[in-house]
Design a binder for this molecule. Structure first.
Ligand code: DSN
Length: 431
């Protein structure tokens, strides 16, 4: 009887709910928020329950400094197995020879590459940061701008040209030939077009530079065949694992060059990090396994189709998208074309009140400061995970326009919020 009661209570009471109801309540509320809102932040996704189970596992209890077969702690046999599994799956997924799955984040992966392949003070080239780059690509107060010397290549700002607001490869070549950087960095946080890695490599070869591709945003599209691969062009590739790739929060570094791989391993540990997050590495292994399955290709393709449908709906409603559209999972909406007074900050806030989660984002040559902006960045990865297809993306575009056209009217937000909840209920999160 006692044993039966124990089993029952074990089954019905969640350990977190029993042990720390305060934290449990906060997490439950966040779960509800995710379930009943439309997630359009381009860098976010809904990872699978299997990934979350691995991340919440007993692997969190272990120190495993070092690498498989060469650890500084005993008891690592299963940690070796899981890290090797993650590495092998990642190699197969991205078609490369060497992988380091230990970086805790994308920014740390980038830092490890910088310190592995350059000396402090060395010059590197990256996109003008306000045109879609990342803070670890040369922001003044970031390690990349403090210890290294960034030179920036621009987008094409010629309104008359076909490639308006797209990478200006000729200008990039000119900047690089002049500055003779040690490394050229491509891959961005708010760039909606295909990246021509081959062209970057040609310029890198011309000036004797290494080519680094940060594919954090497009990793899932690359893995699923919906964006060209940076291999064989890039010497080194970094990514996060939690955006379009749909894994746990973390980073990864890949290369086909044995010497570069050795330098990177030393730079990650002991250069940048101590003990790896083995529970997250297990989650990465699960994520790579999921991405190797055939249906992930369909997912990646649908992400792009969904982004393009949302883009078209918004354009038809009078919004301007930078570069005129999208080839990948994200788009950058220039709100000023629809309403000169509309800021990214207002749009983000009004949409959130209606259950649509986005982020304000500067547009190229934005006259407004980064905390206000004239733009809104939208991505389709998370909604596609819910099962949204073109029909639902048209609805999402209409919701967005209803809210923004109402200039934040509370009644409109309430009505859209109710429609959003209904749509979310039709497409529950993966359980
Ligand atoms: N902060 C991420 C993004 O939102 O794009 C980049 O790391």
């Amino acid at each position: 009887m006692a044993a039966e009661a124990q089993t029952l209570s074990h089954e019905t009471v969640h350990p977190l709910q029993a042990g720390d109801p305060d934290v449990w309540q906060i997490i439950s509320a966040e779960q509800q928020r995710q379930e009943h809102t439309l997630e359009l932040i381009a860098s976010e996704n809904h990872t699978s329950p299997a990934v979350m189970e691995a991340v919440g596992s007993c692997l969190t209890n272990k120190y495993a400094e070092g690498y498989p077969g060469a650890r500084y702690y005993g008891g690592c046999q299963y940690h070796d197995q899981v890290e090797n599994l993650a590495r092998n799956r990642a190699k197969q997924l991205f078609g490369c020879e060497y992988v380091n799955v230990q970086p805790h984040s994308g920014a740390q992966a980038n830092a490890a590459v910088f310190f592995a392949l350059m000396q402090p003070g060395d010059t590197f080239a990256s996109l003008v940061l306000s045109d879609g780059g990342h803070l670890s690509h040369g922001m003044k107060i970031n390690f990349s701008g403090k210890y290294f010397k960034p030179v920036h290549y621009p987008l094409n700002y010629d309104l008359e040209s076909d490639g308006y607001e797209q990478i200006d490869y000729d200008a990039m070549r000119k900047v690089c030939l002049e500055a003779q950087p040690k490394m050229i960095l491509c891959g961005y946080s708010a760039y909606p077009r295909i990246i021509d890695f081959k062209k970057f490599r040609e310029v890198a070869d011309e000036c004797g530079a290494l080519l680094m591709a940060d594919i954090a945003h497009i990793a899932g599209l690359v893995a699923g065949g919906a964006h060209p691969s940076p291999f064989p062009h890039a010497h080194v590739v970094t990514t996060t694992t939690h955006k379009t790739l749909r894994g746990p929060r973390g980073g990864m570094i890949m290369t086909n060059d044995e010497e570069i791989a050795k330098k990177i391993d030393r730079s990650v540990f002991p250069g940048m990090q101590g003990g790896p997050l083995m529970h997250v590495i297990a989650g990465k292994a699960v994520c790579y396994g999921e991405a190797l399955k055939d249906d992930f290709k369909q997912y990646a393709k649908q992400v792009v189709a969904n982004a393009q449908t949302l883009a078209k709906t918004l354009i038809e409603s009078g919004y301007r998208l930078t570069s005129g559209g999208t080839d990948n999972h994200l788009m950058l909406v220039d709100l000023s074309a629809k309403d000169a007074d509309l800021t990214g900050a207002d749009a983000e806030q009004w949409l959130e009140a209606a259950g649509i989660v986005t982020n304000k984002n500067g547009i190229p040559n934005d006259p407004r400061p980064p905390k206000i902006t004239s733009g809104l960045r939208l991505g389709a990865a998370a909604l596609t995970t819910r099962g949204f297809k073109e029909t639902e993306m048209v609805q999402v575009g209409e919701f967005i326009d209803r809210v923004l056209s109402s200039k934040g009217d509370a009644e409109t937000a309430k009505r859209v919020r109710s429609d959003v909840v209904d749509l979310c209920k039709e497409f529950p999160l993966p359980h």
